[in-house]
Structures are given as structure tokens and as C-alpha cells.
Design a protein around this ligand. Structure first.
Ligand SMILES: Nc1ncnc2c1ncn2[C@@H]1O[C@H](COP(=O)(O)OP(=O)(O)O)[C@@H](O)[C@H]1O
Ligand SMILES: [Mg+2]
Length: 287
């Protein structure tokens, strides 16, 4: 099994193609190889979740897809653009929800959402405002929130505003770095519901880093596991859990993982196990 298998709601059209990727950081102490010969394909329409231990290079992989990091070797091809050729305009095709929301504290909610559009200087101000208001509504916030400052928002609302900003250019590809981290369980569930409906309504391709097993099983159509500096396995939950690796054993088959798998078994509306023989069955390794 490798990063090329396709399933879930993907159509088979490749949106991101990563081949033999090496990411290397140089420091006075020497070189740190974060990714070594990493391969991964991401298909249109899927919600691909990236899991892996802390510091394994999940965020750096999202930054490679965004074009913010550059391969030491190998290729990252995004939406058909030649590798290394993501320009300011093509960057508008990829929306990113950063891990900590990263709103500008001195800007209002509306100005935060409008920021990428203003930077492009292509549209008149009234159209920019309207576009930002549409996105505000899309993420479930009311127009009266538009003038608020980030300091006056709850954690869940900050995530929503950051999501509205990530979607302002109508990107076909959305990257989410720990979208539910720091939210209480109720806010996390609400945010998952929002992400699920936006994925469906906008026909987005989503790449999501998450540590949260509920979010993982709730939203993913495919899971890719990052360990040993590469994607060791990508596929359905069943594919992934069947792969023998100490990280997978600990992550999915420990107490937290067992509970999440039971929820999946009880009929969580995930495409993770759909369409497979014995869909929903808990693998014997779990018992
Ligand atoms: N800009 C950078 N310069 C040097 N090292 C970095 C940089 N960004 C990330 N790293 C290192 O790369 C490794 C992977 O980081 P990251 O992708 O943030 O991990 P995570 O999987 O927890 O998201 C870490 O050891 C981190 O310290
Ligand atoms: Mg990270």
C-alpha cells in the first residue's frame, strides 16, 4: 500500500502530486531531514487527513503544498501547476486555515476576511465588502459580527473567521492545520459539521492535519500516516489500522482510538469504510 491508492469521494483526478519529496532544514548544528522520499497523491473531492506524531512534518507538508517551503529534492505539483511555479495568483487557488487562526488583531472580522482580496487590488471596495459578507454568512456568522474585533470572539468564532478568510478566493483546494485544536467538544463538533457541509456544497478537496480522532473519523474519506519521514500508508481507516507500525498501533489501538473506532462501528456517517466488503466491521486486531 502507498500514497497512491484512491477511495472515498475522490474522483480519481489528481489535485496534488508529491513525488520523492525531501524537506531538509539546515541549522548551525547540522541538517534535519524532515521528509525523505515522501510520496503522496491527493484526489479531487476527497478529505484526506494527515496523522503523525508531533514534529513529524505535517505542518511542513502543508506548507510545501502551499508553496511556502521548497523541496530539497523531489516534486510537489499542485492543481496542474509545474512544480515550484505557484505564483501569487495560483496561490489563490489554495486556501489555508492555519493552526492558531492567525487573525490580525487590529483588523475587524470583515477586514480580516477581505484581506487576501484587498491585497490583489483587482476589485472595487464595495464588491470586496460584499464578497467578505457572503463568506461570513457561509461560515455561519451573522452580519452584525462583521465589525467586531478578534479579541471579542470565542475560539469557535475565530476559527470560523479564519475559515472564511481561507475561502475568500473560492479556492478548490483547502488545507486545514488542526482545525478543531483548542476548541471545546461542542464547538469542535459544530466546526466539523460546518466543514462537512462546506466540503459537500463547494465541492472542495480538503487536506487536513488532525490529532483529534473524532474529527478524523467524522470527516476523512482517506487517512495518510506520516512516520519515518514519509507517508507509510494511505487509505481507509481499515487499510491504515491493518498496517503494522508502532505509531499506528499506539494511535489507533490505544484507549482513545478504540473508543473512536467503536463510534465508527456504530454507524458514524463516514465514507471511511463505505463500499468495502464488511464495511463497518472492526478489524480483529482491535479485539
Ligand atoms: N522553518 C523551519 N526551520 C527549521 N526547522 C523547522 C522549520 N519548520 C519546521 N521545522 C522543524 O521541522 C519538524 C517538523 O515540524 P512540523 O511540520 O511543524 O511538525 P508537526 O508534524 O508537529 O506539524 C520539526 O522538527 C520542526 O522543528
Ligand atoms: Mg503542526
Amino acid at each position: 500500500m502507498n500514497g497512491n491508492s484512491n477511495c472515498g469521494s475522490g474522483t480519481g483526478e489528481t489535485v496534488v502530486e508529491i513525488r520523492n519529496l525531501w524537506t531538509v532544514f539546515k541549522s548551525p548544528e547540522g541538517e534535519q531531514v524532515v521528509h525523505r522520499d515522501l510520496d503522496l497523491s491527493i484526489y479531487r473531492g476527497e478529505v484526506l487527513s494527515l496523522v503523525g506524531g508531533s514534529g513529524t512534518g505535517k505542518t511542513v507538508l502543508l506548507r510545501q503544498i502551499l508553496g511556502l517551503e521548497h523541496p530539497a529534492k523531489g516534486q510537489v505539483k499542485v492543481l496542474g501547476h509545474p512544480p515550484g511555479r505557484m505564483t501569487a495568483t495560483s496561490a489563490a487557488e489554495v486556501g489555508m486555515l492555519f493552526q492558531h487562526g492567525a487573525l490580525f488583531s487590529a483588523f475587524s472580522v470583515l477586514d480580516n476576511i477581505a484581506f487576501p482580496l484587498r491585497e490583489l487590488k483587482l476589485l472595487p471596495e464595495d464588491l470586496i465588502r460584499d464578497a467578505a459578507l457572503v463568506k461570513l454568512q457561509m461560515v455561519g456568522l451573522e452580519p452584525r459580527q462583521a465589525t467586531k474585533s478578534p479579541a471579542d470572539l470565542s475560539g469557535g468564532m475565530i476559527k470560523r473567521v479564519a475559515l472564511a478568510r481561507a475561502l475568500i478566493m473560492d479556492p478548490p483546494l483547502l488545507l486545514l492545520d488542526e482545525p478543531t485544536a483548542g476548541l471545546d467538544p461542542e464547538a469542535a463538533d459544530d466546526f466539523c459539521d460546518l466543514l462537512r457541509s462546506l466540503h459537500r456544497e463547494l465541492g472542495l478537496t480538503v487536506v487536513m492535519v488532525t490529532h483529534d480522532l473524532d474529527t478524523l473519523f467524522d470527516l476523512s474519506t482517506r487517512i495518510a500516516v506520516l512516520a519515518d519521514q514519509r507517508v507509510i500508508v494511505a487509505g481507509t481507516a481499515r487499510d491504515v489500522i491493518a498496517y503494522p507500525h508502532p505509531f499506528i498501533h499506539e494511535y489507533f489501538l490505544g484507549g482513545r482510538g478504540q473508543r473512536a473506532m467503536e463510534a465508527l462501528h456504530e454507524g458514524a456517517p463516514s465514507a471511511l469504510v463505505a463500499g468495502r466488503p464488511g464495511a463497518g466491521a472492526v478489524p480483529s486486531t482491535e479485539r
